[in-house]
Design a protein around this ligand. Sequence first.
Ligand SMILES: [Zn+2]
Length: 68
Amino acid sequence: MWGPSGELTQVRCPSVFCMKLVPLVAGKIGYHDGMVPGHCPFIGTRVVDDAADFDPDHLSKIRSKREA
Ligand SMILES: [Zn+2]
């Protein structure tokens, strides 16, 4: 999700317990509620702008391969 001036303002949380857009604060994943409110392990994780090749379904694809 891109802000009006082009900066990244939201990212999809990589946690399988969240899987939703979360706020990006100063280049890090901001506070948000997942399965356990406020205790997502990715809060505070620095985010690299890799939107060009970011695949939001990547984790679920890996999981489905393991389960196959
Ligand atoms: Zn999260």
